[in-house]
Unconditional design. Structure first.
Length: 134
């Protein structure tokens, strides 16, 4: 059918409440949103010995999953997939703020229902010089 219905708990929100990556705004926020904060130890080798050199800057990884539904579902998933091109962009979340980085993974599955696509994504924050840590 031509009209899209939101899944329970994923009602449409105003544009200010929806997450964004670059120019893409999610029509429905992901059902699952996960944010990981990570610092990694740094080491230096000096005189044949390895020494602890402190911790890396704090980096965030954001992942999520949800559904694109309705006639725009195919356009939405293709638009999001095209943003997985290695170009740094701003990821915006109304509660967690903004961060610059890369969309590193997009997966989608065509559900057995017409115009119903499940998806997942991973976004990694970049260093100040736009480098993603290992």
């Amino acid at each position: 059918s031509g009209s899209a219905r939101a899944l329970p708990g994923s009602e449409r929100r105003s544009a200010m409440d929806r997450i964004q990556f670059g120019t893409f705004t999610w029509p429905l926020n992901p059902e699952v949103f996960h944010m990981e904060y990570l610092r990694e130890p740094r080491y230096v080798t000096s005189g044949g010995s390895v020494k602890f050199a402190g911790m890396s800057p704090l980096k965030r990884t954001v992942s999520g999953s949800g559904y694109f539904i309705g006639e725009a579902a195919y356009t939405d998933i293709n638009t999001l997939a095209k943003l997985c091109d290695g170009t740094p962009r701003t990821f915006s979340h109304t509660k967690f703020g903004e961060m610059n980085g890369y969309l590193t993974n997009v997966e989608f599955t065509q559900e057995p229902r017409e115009a119903h696509i499940s998806y997942s994504f991973v976004f990694r924050e970049a260093d100040e010089d736009d480098v993603i840590p290992k």
